[in-house]
Design a protein around this ligand. Structure first.
Ligand code: TRP
Ligand code: ZN
Length: 878
């Protein structure tokens, strides 16, 4: 592999518009076994006002130039300079010109899965962020927008299906077993949205008619024999198309919309114009092979990529520093879609849980960066929880601050004003400011200042007056960005003893109160509510209206009361998780098992049985925080053994107290003989039943009933839940070995299910798991070449197994570091992403901290590491 890293840092402040414009691109791509010939004609011209002496400098990456023509004449070698990563052409004419570039590629050797590669024989591409430069020399930057006409040629036998962006054009036979197809994309797009797919593929077809009557042919392509597993994805696609028309007035804009499911893919999916390419994990589902979580994931990712057609494609990013412009906004849109399609409260809790588990540790550790970064070494490493998830939170805050109508007016103006543009965060915010006549200067700090602000809340009550004292504080972290007070929208309610919200009459003060939102814009402010008939329980930061760490000095009595009677479901969930999280944190620090507060245990048990609550919400309410979550609450000198012990004690305590009630609820929820439904209500019942099964197995201290549940399972959700409980709680039981063996034999031919089998074993919190993962890495079905498989084992272990990854002897760290070094030689992007599992190493006790540092430093010192992996390791170590 060619490594061309010079350690260079790219800075936002260095942004310059391109010196040349590329208006149209024509490509002829001939696919053969072993190589591909690419002929690209760039119709370009010097940008207005650009220096006439400036050469055209095109990006490349590991490219081989075959020939170069300017307006049909071979270019004199004295006029250009070429290397694998750059093509410089001098003395270009003042008038528009056509530059024809021929390159030869070897897709079979492309293990990085960026550019053109082959996955199970299928030719496919991944160009975001900088993969197009691995196909041809180009101005490979998102502010260069061109129309494309692509002609694909291949053996009809090897590739009966030939796909690219836009609408299909001419196609036909070439003789000698070869054929061709032309695709025309009339919408100017940046090169990162280019795609082609060619191969033997099965298809599931459907049609859609847009609100204004345009017919669209929909197709989902899969590897042979799997198209029937795309039915739910197709349904989710059609629902997404309807939703985007209704909610945002966004209609689809081509005659066809194609999706292809690919086995080897670095990320979840990619929004290429008219030709979305997906990790097959986010397309293929069947009740017997996919869990309810998989169904929800498919729905979300299908919607996400489809929504990019407007937020990302029609309006793209000026440069990669603006990545959250398309990603944060599109995550917000897919979250809203899921909330509307399923349950708003359940979806919000799941999003907040994910934000705290993924983004908070990133924002509070060495990989901290602002939602709009100002510099990077490797852009692939900035597809982070901060860009995506925190980026979505910022859009959500805008919606909270401006209200539903104001937010929609801003979005309408954004689409009207910037359609066809490569835009910036400033452009985006200006639309909301202009549409609602609001000053968003202070709000813009959220994009610049990294870190999670603390929000301190104190309350005092006397004579019908509640005074709420608010204080925000942002500590300087690894990114070293500013710490100015920001605009924090705080949704709240004053809950009366009858469980209803009381009327809140705020007195004029430092913080403005608008309906149920307090706008905190200063470092400190008091809000006073007067004329109250009783002392209310303050339900603050409802729906997690801002991504902050809440430090609320609230009595245990009030929180226990809110856990039962807050009319806001999110508020009830938060009261419970916080109480449980704090108890687990304290027990972990003390290293002793102080029993849980019986009132908390009783509240959890009662919640599980509360029939008026939807089962999915009950399952979330009784969930015990995971070991890494507890570690984050502990914060410093974490001892994962103590955390594990404290969590186990808590599970047993709740299980014993709730055993009878849990069994009754679980039995009442059973629907024997009912056929499988993937709908949210059925999934919610399964979630609650399986959450209860976990407690019951802990109460039993016997694997028998869980093994029975495993054998009885008629869907993957129940089978996986039972197998996980067996492996995690009874690692040495013969029933566990039997279940894992049956699981393997039933699904060894199904790669997506086999991934689950690898992960399941890698996450077992038992010291012997280190030997298990060593063996699994030598299993004939294990390969580092497939990212899903690599993530299943390495990621399962390093992010899903706190106890063993963080073994005191450092063996967990060393095993992981060795795998990362191997993986980096094949696929730097995936290696770098997995390496982030070390990011919280400084929060552990000194012995482990030193072991982690040694393993990281040793890996960082290895010769020939990729820019992707070195960047993560260097930042993690400093
Ligand atoms: N834009 C893609 C998304 O949001 C992300 C993505 C897919 C990606 N493949 C990638 C990013 C490869 C970097 C590299 O869904
Ligand atoms: Zn995206």
């Amino acid at each position: 592999m060619l490594r061309t890293d010079d350690g260079q840092v790219i800075r936002l402040s260095d942004y310059r518009p391109p010196a040349f414009r590329i208006r149209h691109v024509e490509m002829r791509i001939a696919l053969h076994d072993g190589h591909a010939d690419v002929e690209t004609t760039i119709h370009a011209e010097r940008a207005e006002g650009a220096d006439p002496a400036e050469p055209l400098v095109l990006d490349g990456d590991a490219l081989r130039l075959v020939s170069l023509h300017l307006d049909d004449a071979a270019v004199d070698p004295a006029r250009f300079e070429v290397s694998p990563d750059r093509l410089t052409v001098r003395d270009l004419p003042a008038v528009p010109f056509a530059l024809r570039i021929s390159t030869r590629l070897e897709p079979e050797k492309n293990t990085e899965l960026m550019g053109l590669y082959r996955s199970n024989g299928i030719w496919c591409t991944q160009c975001e962020a900088e993969g197009f430069r691995r196909i041809t020399y180009f101005l490979d930057r998102p502010d260069v927008l061109a129309t494309y006409r692509v002609r694909l040629e291949a053996d009809r036998d090897a590739a009966p299906i030939l796909l690219s962006n836009g609408n299909p054009g001419e196609s036909g036979d070439l003789g000698g077993g070869r054929h061709f197809a032309v695709w025309d994309d009339p919408h100017p797009k940046p090169s990162y949205l280019f795609a082609l797919v060619a191969g033997r593929l099965d298809v599931l077809e459907d049609t859609f008619r847009t609100a204004s009557g345009r017919p669209v042919d929909l197709a989902i392509y899969t590897e042979p024999g799997l198209a029937d597993r795309a039915a739910y994805a197709m349904d989710a696609l059609k629902r997404s198309m309807v939703w985007d028309e209704r909610r945002f007035g966004c209609e689809y804009d081509l005659d066809v919309f194609n999706i292809v499911a690919i086995s080897d893919f670095n990320m979840g999916a990619m929004e290429n114009k008219g030709l979305n390419v997906f990790n097959h994990k986010y397309v293929l589902l069947a009740p017997d092979t996919a869990t309810d979580g998989d169904y929800a994931g498919v729905e979300t990712v299908i919607a996400h990529e489809y929504f990019h057609n407007w937020t990302g494609n029609r309006i793209t990013c000026r440069d990669w520093f603006q990545l959250c412009l398309k990603e944060g906004l599109t995550v917000y849109r897919d979250q809203e879609f899921s909330a509307d399609e399923r349950s708003r409260t359940v979806k919000r809790i799941a999003s907040v849980h994910g934000l705290k588990a993924q983004q908070f540790p990133e924002d509070q550790g060495p990989l901290q960066h602002p939602v709009r970064p100002t510099q990077y070494r490797e852009i692939n490493n900035f597809y982070t929880a901060t860009i995506y998830e925190k980026g979505a939170e910022l859009v959500r805050m805008l919606a909270t601050i401006l209200g539903e109508n104001g937010f929609r007016a801003g979005m309408d103006l954004y689409f009207a004003r910037h359609d066809g543009d490569a835009a910036t965060i400033e452009d985006f915010l200006r639309c909301f400011a202009d549409a609602t006549d609001t000053d968003l200067q202070q709000f813009a700090l959220w994009y610049e200042q990294a870190g999670t602000p603390d929000l301190e809340v104190r309350e005092s009550y006397a004579d019908g007056r509640l005074t709420v004292s608010l204080r925000q504080n942002l500590a300087k972290g690894a990114a070293g960005t500013g710490t100015e007070p920001m605009h924090i929208p705080i949704r709240f309610g004053l809950v009366g003893g009858n469980g209803a919200d009381m009327d809140a009459n705020p007195l004029a003060g430092a913080a403005e109160v608008e309906g149920d939102v307090i706008h905190l814009v200063t470092a400190e402010a008091d809000v006073v509510f007067a004329g109250l008939s009783e002392r209310p329980r303050l339900s603050i930061l409802r729906d997690f209206s801002a991504p902050v760490t809440l430090r609320h000095e609230q009595s245990r009595e009030d929180r226990l009361a809110l856990a039962r009677l807050d009319p806001n479901g999110f508020g009830r969930w938060r009261a419970l998780t916080d109480l449980l999280g704090e108890a687990l944190r304290d027990a972990s620090v003390a290293g002793s098992s102080a029993p849980l507060d019986p009132r908390l245990v009783e509240a959890l048990v009662d919640c599980a049985a509360e029939e008026a609550l939807e089962p999915a919400l009950r399952a979330q309410m009784i969930a015990v925080p995971g070991e890494s979550e507890i570690g984050r609450l502990v914060g410093t000198n974490v001892d994962p053994e103590a955390v594990h012990g404290a969590r186990e004690d808590a599970i047993r305590c709740v299980a014993k107290a709730g055993e009878r009630a849990f069994r009754a609820v679980r039995d009442a929820l059973a629907r024997p003989g009912e056929t499988f439904g993937a709908d949210a209500a059925s999934a919610g019942r399964r979630a609650l039943r399986n959450a209860l099964l976990m407690f019951l197995s802990a109460a039993d201290e016997d694997p028998a009933s869980t093994f029975e549940a495993f054998l009885a399972a008629d869907n993957m959700t129940d089978r996986m839940a039972a197998a996980t409980i067996l492996a995690h709680r009874f690692p040495d039981a013969p029933e566990t070995a039997e279940a894992l063996d049956r699981f393997y034999r039933a699904f060894e031919a199904d790669p997506l299910v086999l991934d689950k089998w690898f992960t399941l074993q890698a996450t077992v919190p038992h010291p012997a798991t280190l030997d298990t993962v060593r063996e699994l890495a030598r299993h004939p079905k294990f390969t580092l070449a497939n990212p899903n498989r690599a993530r299943a084992l390495i990621g399962g272990f390093a992010t899903g197994n706190q106890r063993v990854f963080h073994r005191a002897d450092g063996e967990g760290y060393r095993w992981t570091a060795e795998r990362l070094e191997e993986l980096d030689r094949l696929n730097p992007q995936t290696a770098a992403r997995l390496a982030t599992s070390f990011r919280s190493w400084r929060s552990f006790e000194p012995g482990r901290r030193e072991q982690a540092r040694l393993a990281l430093a040793d890996l960082a010192g290895r010769p020939g590491l990729s820019r992707d992996l070195s960047d993560i390791l260097d930042r993690t170590l400093t």
